[in-house]
Design a protein around this ligand. Structure first.
Ligand code: PGA
Ligand code: ZN
Length: 424
């Protein structure tokens, strides 16, 4: 046991230059831990709500109210708690906030605090965070999903699909997965340059998606995989985040580039055609979060051959995961700590996934920082997969590099999750 002695908060800045919340927790022995809230751009409606000030400053995104709540309410309530009692601390945070969506004190204030407590507990025990979380269980490094082209809300809707990613399905370890992805990322850049289509990168570091339709991006992605010397579908495969809630409501989907409007069945048919034509192993939010019937239908049609990931639909919520499993919607869950708002709720969502035979992918947000906690969560909780954005920009690379440190450290995990994808 070691009591929390001090909690400090400050405003820091995320990868989009926007304000965010950092919390530092110190124990009575002087051990300390820090957590920073990330921020999404394509959020599910049932996520924990961020507390932002509104008004003119920083486009209304300042976090002074969230910091004030930490100083005046959260810190006094948590001082004296045993830092190892993560669940009790998270319960206290939830009760203190008192709202179902964490809007009073802010999901950003809560997740930064909860992560800081977790880091402080690991520091107190003298263990790397992943090892502290794993305890005696043998755990494996996660299989990465890495973005090559950004799109959707991360690229001014230049294309509809949000993430065109690769998964190094033939990699034998984490380092090799990164090595293979690095080659594909560079080759994709060369191909774009040859097309005269390099215009910088999107929010998560993927190449800016100058394409005339969504499918063209997949064609170039396959070409990049081949140009890197890999066999598409065995060495390196494709993962997509359709993020369909961004362009579809109430069963109507409007694809901006193709200027077509589809109903749920129409979009499903299109996605099934993509599955036939391209080596796709994972597809996230294929239908909008309000189109549960569509998600069930798509899972029925494709759930045996491809991983179908619920992000906006499941928002890292254990009860929603249970419910989806009952209805047979999706077969995998995206796990984003700030969607839930506390570490304990995040872990419960992951447990619900594992208990129901769903695959899980711990994920960053499009607004990120140097915080590398998610790499440790993915490893220590044995989640199987990790999604961080692209292979460029240091808020992304900090995470990939942390995975290399974990894999090549003195007492590394038991291995690498080669078969973490649903359906493989
Ligand atoms: P966000 O998107 O972090 O911008 O919400 C990430 C995702 O949809 O996976
Ligand atoms: Zn998503």
């Amino acid at each position: 046991m070691s009591r929390i002695r001090k909690i400090r908060s400050r405003r820091v800045w995320d990868s989009r230059g926007r304000p965010t919340v950092e919390v530092e927790v110190q124990t009575e022995t002087g051990a300390s831990g820090r957590g920073i809230a990330p921020a999404g751009a394509s959020r599910g409606t049932r996520e924990a709500v961020e507390l932002r000030d509104g008004g003119n400053r920083f486009e209304g995104r300042d976090v002074r109210a969230a910091l004030a709540g930490i100083e005046s309410e959260i810190a006094p309530a948590l001082i004296g708690f045993d830092v190892f009692q993560q669940a009790a601390i998270d319960d206290a945070l939830i009760a203190l906030d008192g709202t179902p969506d964490k809007s009073r004190l802010g999901g950003n204030a809560l997740i930064a605090t909860s992560l800081a407590v977790l880091h402080a507990a690991a520091a107190e025990s003298g263990l790397p965070l992943w090892r502290y979380l794993a305890g005696d269980r043998p755990v494996k490094l996660p299989l990465p999903q890495i973005q090559i082209f950004g799109g959707g809300a991360h690229a001014e809707r230049r294309v509809d699909v949000q993430d065109f990613m690769v998964v190094a399905t033939g990699a034998r370890n984490f380092e090799e997965a990164l090595e293979m992805t690095a080659e594909v990322y560079l080759r994709a850049g060369q191909l774009m340059r040859r097309r005269g289509a390099v215009h910088g990168v999107a929010d998560e570091g993927g190449w800016w998606p100058v394409f005339s339709n969504n499918e063209e991006a997949m064609g170039v992605l396959v070409a990049a995989i081949e140009s890197a010397g890999f066999i598409p579908g065995s060495d390196v495969s494709i993962a997509l985040d359709i993020a369909a809630s961004e362009f579809g409501k109430q069963g109507r989907y409007s694809l901006g580039l193709e200027r077509v409007e589809l109903d749920s069945d129409g979009l499903i048919e299109k996605l099934l055609r993509w599955l036939d034509r391209y080596p796709i192993v994972s597809i996230e939010d294929p239908l909008a979060e309000d189109d549960e019937a569509g998600l069930i239908a798509f899972t029925r049609a494709a759930g045996e051959r491809v991983q179908i990931v619920g992000d906006d639909y499941l928002v890292t919520n254990a009860a929603l995961v249970q419910d989806a499993a009952r209805k047979k919607a999706c077969n995998a869950v995206l796990i984003k700590p700030n969607q839930a708002g506390t570490v304990t709720e995040t872990y419960r969502a992951l447990q619900a996934a594992q208990q129901n035979g769903y695959a899980s992918i711990v994920s960053a947000r499009s607004g990120e920082t140097e915080d590398v906690a998610i790499v440790h969560l993915a490893t220590g909780w044995n989640a199987g997969q990790l999604k961080v954005g692209s292979f460029a920009r240091s808020e992304r690379m900090a995470k990939w590099n942390e995975g290399i440190r974990i894999e090549t450290g003195d007492h590394p995990p038991a291995g690498f999750s080669t078969s973490a994808l649903a359906c493989r």
